[in-house]
Design a protein around this ligand. Structure first.
Ligand code: GLV
Ligand code: GLV
Length: 360
């Protein structure tokens, strides 16, 4: 191959590998055993000549790496992730490196994990499983692991992009929840589905069967969602405007028995404040896929029965991970071969800046 392409990790499937090697690339997949590569590790991998890199969200792609890649003749970098808070896009621009991400292929898989955590938290699945395995079950009881009925409750979605909208659809259609969402922009993606495709027919169906139709609205503030929703799922991008979006004050606004789900990025929640809130409010529950300081959890979180914690697996279905790998390879190959790179920044405007204009 003419072009040297590096993948900092082995990735699922073979399609991405074939795409690269059948298109003039010599692919090197890093075999380093440690999970998180340092900047120095990656600089060593890049070496003197490297045309493109497929990297991971655990890596810090800033000045140092983009200048090293540029010195090695590199023109392309793709994150194998939709989120790109680990990538300094300005630095990449400065060194003439195109940046790609992998939106779209993980939308449904990620929303399904958020839905799974919602159900698991509402029905206390993990606690109940631990109870069984500990040999504590000594007979059915009316009080045993009583949780929440989702039907008729309100689901709150904060950040109504692809993933938030897919999650909203699942919870409304699947469990007949009422919906309230907050986003800086009116989400035509979400509203087209809810009003255009789904609610008129579904609402008529529910009415015809003597059931209460589900309701939905766009909230005028995030606090409105926090106050009204029984389950709140966070789907914003992480940037400086969404850092600690959910803090002590906002936690205090939520219902005492609310459920909070986070499959976006850990720093969107002030995790230390969350631990305190969970301790003080045993009926408040969370389902977390992401953490403020991965791979660590804030002290105390692991001991709490009202928290479900999983290791950043929201996009972890076989189909999606193979799709992400393929998109990442296409991004790098596209730039090298002169095709357009699929970088969809989704929404880089400040999330909470009321004066920001929607992307064109
Ligand atoms: C995973 O967290 C992603 O951003 O794709
Ligand atoms: C965010 O990137 C989304 O796909 O919703």
């Amino acid at each position: 191959g003419k072009y040297r392409v590096i993948s900092t990790k082995s990735m699922p499937g073979t399609r991405w590998i074939n795409l690269l090697i059948q298109n003039d690339c010599r692919l090197e997949i890093c075999t380093e055993k440690k999970t998180i590569l340092s900047v120095e590790d990656i600089i060593a991998l890049i070496g003197d000549k490297c045309d493109g890199v497929i990297g991971q969200l655990t890596e810090d792609w800033g000045e140092e790496l983009f200048s090293a890649l540029s010195r090695a003749g590199g023109k392309a970098f793709s994150n194998m992730a939709v989120g790109y808070n680990n990538v300094n896009v300005d630095a990449a621009n400065k060194y003439g490196v195109a940046v790609g991400n992998t939106p779209g292929v993980l939308t449904e898989t990620t929303a399904e994990l958020a839905a799974s955590l919602s159900l698991a938290a509402a029905r206390r699945i993990v606690e109940a499983d631990e109870f069984m395995r500990a040999g504590l079950y000594d007979g059915w009881l009316p009080h045993l692991f009583v949780g929440n009925l989702l039907k008729g409750q309100t689901v709150g979605v904060i950040g109504a992009g692809r993933i938030g909208s897919a999650y909203a659809r699942m919870m409304v259609e699947g469990f007949k929840m009422n919906l309230i969402y907050f986003d800086l922009y009116q989400s035509t993606r979400l509203e087209k589905f809810v009003t255009g495709m789904f609610l008129p027919t579904y609402g008529a169906f529910l009415k015809a069967n003597g059931e209460t139709p589900v309701t939905w609205k766009r909230a005028s503030s995030m606090d409105e969602v926090l106050q009204e929703a029984d389950i709140i799922s966070l789907h914003p991008v992480l940037d400086k405007t969404t850092y600690h979006l959910v803090n002590k004050e906002r936690l205090a606004k939520m219902k005492k028995e609310a459920i909070l789900i986070n499959c976006s990025r850990g720093p969107v929640i002030d995790e230390a404040a969350l631990v305190e809130h969970l301790k003080e409010n045993p009926l408040f529950r969370v389902g977390l896929d992401v953490f403020e300081d991965e791979p660590y959890m804030k002290p105390g979180l692991a001991e709490l029965k009202n928290a479900i914690v999983v290791p950043h697996i929201a996009s972890a279905s076989k189909w999606t991970r193979e799709g992400m790998a393929t998109l990442a390879a296409l991004n790098v190959l596209g730039k090298i071969k002169g095709y357009p790179v699929w970088f969809d920044p989704n929404r880089v405007e400040p999330f909470l800046n009321e004066n920001a204009q929607p992307p064109a």
